[in-house]
Design a protein around this ligand. Structure first.
Ligand code: GLC
Length: 793
């Protein structure tokens, strides 16, 4: 441990806390030594001889000497494979199970069986090896027969030499995970982490493969601790359960739509969430919060949410408010609400073991806390000291936890921050979580922590989401969480936790967030400036500029770090930050539209640039740029004193956002940069809605080669009322452009006029629904129209 980490730990939990972490380490090891299964030498069992085959709904079942397998087409693009023996997964992550399966065509011969539906063929041979092909016969994936070793399943998938692997949840590695070794075991790296740390908080076993043959996505529906070795082969090992996995084929859009259908769609956030959030572990009192808000006002900087870290609680007891520090929480929330600012409060699963504390007593009498195999309640260590933890796999515990949110919500708290839910228990060594032998209900069917661990955060979020839904039914719940599993985005966003305040961690943010998005976690963010240190002005600024384009836009920092409000560094930093803050707020109609799209398609607004053209291999490793929706490409500055930046553009025509200069892709070139901006490109054919002072400007970037369709989504910003989608169809030529506009939905268009701003062409004439309209430079202001004809010089 380096000295900074020691100082951090001392500051965070004190000497007593350190003693407890030692005690907990011993206690955890004692429990695991006593109760964990001894594993004696086990045989490696291949499936063995094929013994029988049966046709089942949607597919086929084969019984081998040592194992059996079911292959079921759930749709023409989605195949479920389940190898037994092993407990079937409890379907916490699954949102849809009633697929309209059809019987695939099955061809059998002496070497095996082929199942064909739509464009895909799955062939299983008589040894248990499985091959997946598209209609052209391209091999997308080839699995060797899986091997059973005791309770463990090992599956080796043969990789093509050029194959790239992306995702596996949250990883502090390169975007392409190959080569590398990874573990799925949600883990608090305790204090801080950077490139190379593994595992982290969200270890979702979902990955996207990209090779010459095409792409596919796999979800291993197995929550047991698992290991992935990616080299010549992709070797996956699961420490228990059945080997069930889902394979998704087709275009990226199709793959992610089907994933969202299987594990659920992300929730639509309230609009305020897309603004800027300010947080610091160290805003201890109501006066601190008011002071921060005053700072934003005085510096003319917009802010939408202030976060309350654990200090708002009474001795870190969850669901309490410290009445000395926050004597009038309701008044505070309503005063801030009047200024358009929301309060977000942090919650941890640890419940202080304290007989004088209502939540602990109630939970004990309702029998909701995790227990050891001997029936005793498990005690671990967290911020409040010795603590107990709800068993979120128990329905009664989820319901009880859900009831606790009432008080925070009625005090006017608008958003919830779920922290430490890997679950984390501080330990001086070893695994910083519960003993493996901890018993879990698993909704009545029973299980241990090896199975329940990775699901813990997901289920805490489910309870929280349902609570907010119940107690504030006219608002959309908004939670963001540190840990999770497949399906997390049905309930919560996430952030990348306690990153170091270094250039290396800034750089790491992009591949980490891209990987999360490719694992189904659509909405992520990062602590701007890093969590654990005090960045200099340039690092903070560059971080801020990048985060302006991420879904969660929040500055947060650890206790004991230097104050990091956007004005903390003085000029020129504050002025530049102000411009980026204002840009973020202008972009909210675009971001809100992307959030709405994600809520329907499951596709993260943040995508790798290979999304634009997966056939262009030069894009496969680009991890210092990203796409924000279809229209925007970002190339943040990730190095100190970098004033020249290498840019890679996918095919198409791209406009620089700052000066409308056009760049033709595919291309690579160097661009000079200043401290004031970061390279930002808009794809031709796009529309970029920007809002300022209650007015909307629709920026149009003509594409004279293709016709394009774009849309903008509007509603009231919260709740479940009327909505509208405005669809714009562009048809541009060298000297003219036609735009047609139709809308769906009942929500009235929220602006009396729109400004249409043309980029890259000189406007000379405009006809709105058959009538000439005055133009000013490259813009015109018009009420809603059906058809707009533009003429260029
Ligand atoms: C964890 C969180 C961090 C938070 C701290 C105190 O380390 O990751 O964001 O500030 O706990 O609650």
């Amino acid at each position: 441990m380096d000295i900074r980490k020691i100082i951090y730990v001392l500051r965070a939990i004190g000497i007593n806390g350190i003693v407890r972490t030692l005690q907990y380490g011993f206690a955890r090891d004692r429990v695991d030594n006593k109760y964990s299964k001894r594993v004696s030498a086990v045989k490696r069992l291949y499936p063995g001889e094929l013994q029988s085959e049966n046709s089942i709904k949607g597919g086929i079942q084969l019984k081998f000497e040592h194992s059996s397998v079911e292959l079921i087409f759930l749709s023409p693009n989605l195949i479920q494979i389940s190898w037994e023996p092993g407990k079937p997964p409890f379907p916490y992550s699954i949102a849809k199970s009633d697929w309209e399966t059809q019987q695939p065509l099955i061809n059998s011969d002496t070497s095996g069986h082929s199942l064909i539906w739509g464009d895909f063929t799955v062939t299983i041979d008589n040894t248990g090896g499985i091959c997946f092909q598209d209609f052209k016969g391209n091999i997308l994936r080839r699995d060797n027969p899986p091997i059973r070793e005791g309770d463990q399943w090992n599956l080796s998938t043969i990789l093509a030499p050029e194959e790239h692997i992306y995702g596996l949840g949250e990883r502090a590695s390169s975007l392409n995970l190959r080569p590398g070794n990874y573990c799925s075991w949600n883990t608090d790296p305790a204090g801080s982490y950077t490139h190379g740390n593994d595992p982290l908080y969200i270890g979702t076993p979902i990955y996207l493969s990209l090779s010459n043959a095409g792409s596919y996505l796999v979800y291993y529906d197995n929550s047991f601790r698992s290991y992935f070795q990616i080299g010549d082969n992709f070797k996956a090992s699961f420490t228990g359960g059945m080997l069930r996995y889902y394979l998704f084929f087709g275009s990226f859009e199709k793959i992610f739509e089907q994933l969202a259908e299987l594990v659920g769609r992300p929730c639509m956030p309230p609009r305020w969430v897309l603004g800027y959030h300010q947080s610091h572990w160290g805003y201890r009192t109501e006066a601190d919060i008011r002071e921060v808000v005053k700072g934003f006002e005085e510096h003319n900087l917009p802010v939408s949410a202030i976060h309350l870290d654990i200090d708002y609680m009474d001795g870190f007891r969850v669901f309490t408010i410290n009445s000395n520090r926050f004597p009038e929480m309701k008044k505070l929330t309503s005063d801030l609400e009047d200024k358009g600012i929301k309060l977000v409060a942090s919650l941890n699963p640890a419940v202080k073991r304290d007989r004088k504390y209502e939540v602990f007593n109630q939970g004990s009498s309702k029998d909701v806390f995790c227990k050891l195999p001997n029936g005793k309640i498990l005690s671990g260590v967290s911020w409040p000291g010795w603590s107990v933890f709800p068993d979120f796999t128990k329905p009664e515990a989820r319901k009880w936890w859900q009831d606790q949110y009432k008080s925070l919500l009625s005090a006017g708290i608008s958003g919830i921050w779920h922290d430490m839910n890997e679950p984390a228990s501080f330990a001086a060594w070893g695994d910083k979580t519960f003993p493996i032998s901890t018993s879990h209900s698993m909704d009545g069917r029973g299980g241990d922590h090896l199975e329940a661990h990775n699901l813990y955060g997901l289920l805490m979020n489910q309870a929280g989401y349902e609570a907010i839904h119940e107690y504030t039914p006219n608002k959309r719940p908004w939670i963001f969480s540190r840990a999770g599993w497949a399906g997390l985005h049905r309930y919560a966003w996430n952030w990348t936790g306690d990153v170091e305040s270094t250039w290396e961690s800034l750089k790491q943010t992009i591949p980490t967030i891209l990987g999360l998005g490719l694992s189904g976690h659509a909405f992520s963010g990062v602590d701007i400036g890093g969590f654990s240190g005090s960045p200099g002005a340039e690092l903070y600024l560059r971080w801020f500029q990048m985060a302006t384009f991420l879904p969660l836009f929040r500055t947060h920092s650890a206790i004991g770090t230097k104050s990091r409000e956007p004005w903390a560094y003085g000029e020129p930093t504050t002025g530049i930050i102000r411009n980026f803050l204002k840009l973020r707020y202008k972009l909210i109609p675009y971001l809100y539209t992307l959030a709405w799209e994600a809520a329907h398609t499951g596709i993260s607004p943040i995508r790798p640039i290979f999304w634009e053209n997966p056939e262009d291999k030069r894009l496969w490793d680009v991890e210092d740029e990203f796409l924000l929706g279809n229209a925007v490409l970002l190339a943040p500055i990730l190095h100190e004193k970098e004033y020249k930046r290498r840019i890679t553009l996918p095919r198409g025509n791209w406009y620089s956002f700052w000066d409308d200069q056009q760049y033709i892709g595919p291309s690579q070139f160097e661009l000079p940069v200043t401290l004031e901006t970061i390279p930002l490109f808009i794809k031709s054919g796009s529309l970029l809605p920007m809002e300022e002072s209650g007015k909307i400007c629709i920026n149009v970037y003509p594409d004279i080669v293709n016709t394009n369709s774009n849309h903008i989504y509007f509603d009231d910003g919260d709740g479940y009322g009327a909505w509208r989608v405005d669809n714009f169809h562009f048809n541009a030529k060298q000297n003219s452009m036609d735009i047609s506009w139709v809308h769906e939905g009942e929500f009235p268009f929220p602006y009396p006029f729109v400004t249409i701003q043309i980029h890259g062409k000189q406007l000379i004439n405009a006809i709105v629904d058959g009538n000439p309209r005055r133009i000013q430079g490259n813009t015109l202001i018009t009420p809603i129209f059906k058809n707009l004809n533009l003429y260029f010089e």
